[in-house]
Design a protein around this ligand. Structure first.
Ligand code: SF4
Length: 448
């Protein structure tokens, strides 16, 4: 079956949405039957699961951020949150096979390092003792902000087996950090990077943003060079988005802005070329890896993509047939309510899925297509055929033809790959691959 996306999906500008998971949570809906996790996971492969722990707290709310997080935490809330995580971990672990094994782990947020060093120890204990993940034996990725990347916290994380530390820097230019509503001083960022290197965590990732008000090719290059001075194993270059209900979104009068699109494309190309010239290999539109970096980190492990256990109130979990999570919101008031509800739950409440989306055969194929095509390595024909019994063109011929017509896709007979301009337009291509049903559900979702 070939389903054509509407013309507008590819024609709507280069920055429509960052597709990091499919289907997006805005396509999830309440599951009235509240399926038991034990039933959902029965029969699922459990020998190489991914584990994700979500910490929904930050010191400040960055102006561009629409992640599930709250600013600050009143006394006792982080401890109560860890208590709830522990109850949830017990309930989830009881729903898995005794033989279940984790192949990767990650702490994300929010800012996991908002927790104190002692609380991070506890977070690791929950992953290890409650869930059975061997953190020192698997890749463990942790997100941090400069201000919270303190020596004591990094010491705990390094000691417990962190292999990758991702630091959200965004810009080394103080005025740009302010413009993105993420006030910080460069000197503090440099100090934090020094502490991360001192902690000897094998992979340092630095996140940078382009498209900030007032940012020029010169200042962008200055940020890139400041990051390169640390020889990070990975760099993520994010286009700035102005999203509904975020700090910047409340100020914006309109999102469609061709001049801004042009600025972002120009800075993207300049940044990409700069990193390629400095020994980095492009993995996707956003991700660049130092070519001589040791091969480690979650991305290097072939982990099953359908087996994800997410703990915490903003985490998703995936089986082969259902993606699920708790309620979702972006607005601060609603997020607080969801966190308060999470910490008040008894263990029995964590034994069911409440909100989610079924993933049928067509959605599973789309997910594979999206996850593969948006990577520089592309979509291998043989792998697709082995999994789905047909060629990608048999299922998605129309949209693949359109991408090729635009010069965004090539086929060397082994794999379909986005061209450099195709990668530059990943945030238009991703949404064009959504199913009509998922697109409709996302459109109908009422943001709050
Ligand atoms: S970008 Fe990161 S640090 Fe900033 S509010 Fe979002 S989760 Fe928190």
């Amino acid at each position: 079956m070939t389903v054509a996306p509407p013309r507008t999906a590819l024609d709507g500008g280069p920055y429509q949405s960052y597709v990091y998971a499919y289907p997006h949570k805005t396509a999830y809906r309440p599951l009235p039957e509240r399926p038991a996790l034990r039933d959902l996971w029965a029969g699922e492969p459990q020998d190489s699961l991914s584990l994700y722990l979500h910490v929904p707290f930050c010191e400040v709310r960055c102006g561009f951020c629409n992640l599930f997080t709250r600013v600050g935490a009143p006394d006792g809330l982080t401890g109560a949150y860890l208590d709830a995580l522990e109850r949830q971990a017990g309930a989830v672990r009881a729903a898995l096979d005794g033989e279940a094994r984790f192949a990767t782990a990650a702490f994300g947020g929010g800012t996991p390092t908002f927790l104190t060093a002692a609380e991070l120890e506890r977070l690791c204990d929950i992953a290890e003792r409650r869930m059975g993940a061997d953190l020192r034996a698997v890749p463990l990725s942790v997100e941090a902000s400069p201000a919270t990347a303190t020596a004591d916290r990094l010491g705990v994380l390094a000691d417990r087996g962190t292999t990758r530390l991702s630091l959200g820097v965004q810009s080394f230019v103080d005025a740009e950090a302010r413009a993105a509503v993420r006030p910080q001083r460069r000197a503090d960022v440099e100090d934090a990077l020094g502490r991360v290197r001192d902690a000897a965590i094998p992979v340092l990732n630095i996140d940078l943003i382009y498209g900030i008000d007032g940012q020029t090719e010169r200042t962008w290059r200055a940020s890139l060079d400041a990051a390169l001075a640390w020889r990070p194993e990975e760099l993520y270059l994010y286009p700035l988005y102005v999203r509904p209900l975020t700090g910047l979104g409340r100020r914006a009068t309109q999102e469609a802005d061709p001049a801004w699109d042009e600025q972002r494309l120009r800075l993207y190309r300049a940044g990409r070329d700069h990193l390629l010239a400095h020994g980095y290999a492009q993995q996707s539109m956003r991700m660049f890896r130092r070519a001589d970096a040791p091969p480690q980190g979650a991305d290097d492990y072939a982990c099953q993509t359908d087996g994800m256990i997410g703990l915490g109130c903003g985490a998703r979990s995936y089986t082969s047939g259902l993606h699920y999570s708790f309620d979702y919101a972006v607005g601060m008031h609603q997020i607080r309510g969801i966190i308060d509800d999470f910490v008040a739950r008894p263990a029995a409440d964590f034994a069911h899925a409440e909100t989610g989306r079924r993933v049928d055969g067509d959605e599973a194929r789309r997910r594979h297509l999206l996850q593969s095509l948006l990577q520089a390595a592309g979509l291998e024909h043989a792998e697709y055929r082995a999994r789905f019994g047909a060629a990608p063109a048999d299922h998605f011929g129309d949209v693949l033809d359109r991408l090729a017509d635009r010069g965004w896709l090539t086929d060397d007979g082994t794999a379909l790959r986005l061209t450099p301009e195709g990668l530059a337009h990943s945030d238009a291509i991703g949404p064009a691959l959504f199913s009509p049903a998922v697109r409709a559900a996302m459109t109908a979702y009422e943001r709050r």
